[in-house]
Design a protein around this ligand. Structure first.
Ligand SMILES: Nc1ncnc2c1ncn2[C@@H]1O[C@H](COP(=O)(O)OP(=O)(O)OP(=O)(O)O)[C@@H](O)[C@H]1O
Length: 332
């Protein structure tokens, strides 16, 4: 029976672990005590470097890999004892364009996947038409999918994943291989699914600019463990405090050794860029003074906003995750 969903979360992952036994008999932990709670109507980015444990976690959510321990509740249904019900709560696009049948038309794909998921008759026809119109593919419904662009194939895969109207949509690299325009269409579509239809949209992606534009919240997994789980705004703010970039011209050789250790110095087309943490106005003025004393010409000094890529790299490089955030926050 479905567990009453009183938490307002459509996905709850509790103490989830997965271990594999290697050929030499040692045990390898791919996913290590992961806890996540994802809201209805949220676009959630699940990030990690290669081999971090994203796919293993997603596969456990999709019932493709059995957890070693822990629980996954999808809209209140436990993927263990209530696998069938739990699977009805999700639509999954794991390998994008490979999720659909290329020799079939768009319409035939929807009929096929719809029937596979227990839909039939008028309801299936109406749902298919609605999805194809929504995804601006209605005019191409009778065309063979093989001849579609990658972006269109990806949209058909999403339509097939949504055919039974699940509350949760999971997508692995939804914008991989798409051009700029198709990427924009995909981002707008996923955002609309979350905002207008209150779907919980979970994406994995290595394209951090896409994640930054698209996601409300981000979790970062590293060596099987969650090292950050926050709203995007919080994550960026956490790492953005007091970070400055100063532009100047002139010889910086002597200045470099007098800079605080966390500062980086680069030169671009004759302009020297000094980037690093500044904790107070006094510290900023002191540094500007040093630059002038050096005989350099000051061009500009401005606070900088970190992007998700910087935040990701800092967290992953320092491995300690948010537990050490104050130390990292200084490393602008
Ligand atoms: N069936 C398996 N047997 C043994 N080890 C596995 C198995 N599946 C995954 N692993 C290991 O578990 C770790 C996590 O793999 P996973 O595929 O979840 O990473 P990922 O974050 O999805 O990486 P990528 O971004 O490269 O897809 C890796 O070290 C991988 O080699």
């Amino acid at each position: 029976m479905r567990e009453q969903n009183v938490t307002g979360m459509t996905v709850e992952i509790k103490a989830l672990s997965k271990t594999y036994r290697k050929n030499n008999g040692t045990v390898f932990t791919a996913v290590d005590n992961v806890n996540l709670a994802i809201h209805r109507g949220e676009v959630f980015g699940f990030l990690g470097a290669n081999g971090a444990g994203k796919t293993t976690t997603i596969k456990m959510m999709c019932g493709l890999v059995a957890p070693t321990s822990g629980r996954i509740l999808l809209n209140g249904c436990d993927t263990g004892p209530e696998r069938g019900n739990a699977m009805r709560q999700i639509g999954v696009v794991l390998e994008g364009t490979r999720n659909i049948y290329w020799p079939l038309s768009a319409w035939q794909n929807l009929m096929y996947f719809g029937r596979l998921k227990g839909c039939s008759g008028r309801a299936l026809n109406e749902r298919s038409e609605q999805l194809l119109r929504e995804l601006e593919l209605w005019d191409r419904r009778n065309d063979i999918v093989r001849n579609f662009s990658r972006g269109m194939q990806q949209r058909i895969a999403i339509a097939c994943a949504l055919i039974a109207d699940p509350p949760i949509l999971i997508l692995d690299e939804p914008t991989l291989g798409l051009d700029v325009e198709a990427t924009q269409i995909m981002k707008a579509l996923l955002q609309r699914l979350a905002r207008e239809y209150q779907k919980t949209v979970i994406i994995t992606s290595h394209q951090l600019d896409v994640v930054q534009e698209l996601c409300d919240r981000v979790a970062i997994i590293h060596k099987g463990r969650i090292i950050a789980d926050r709203s995007l705004a919080e994550l960026l703010a956490l790492f953005g405090q007091g970070c400055y970039q100063i532009k100047a011209k002139g010889n910086f050789a002597n200045l470099e050794k007098n800079l605080p250790g966390d500062f980086s110095v680069t030169e671009e087309n004759g302009t020297v860029l000094l980037t690093g943490p500044i904790s107070s106005q006094a510290e900023l003025y002191g540094l500007l003074l040093k630059i002038r004393e050096q005989g350099m010409t000051l061009i500009a000094a401005s606070p900088i906003e970190p992007d998700l890529e910087e935040v990701f790299l800092k967290l992953v490089k320092n491995k300690g995750g948010e537990g050490q955030r104050w130390r990292h926050a200084k490393l602008c």
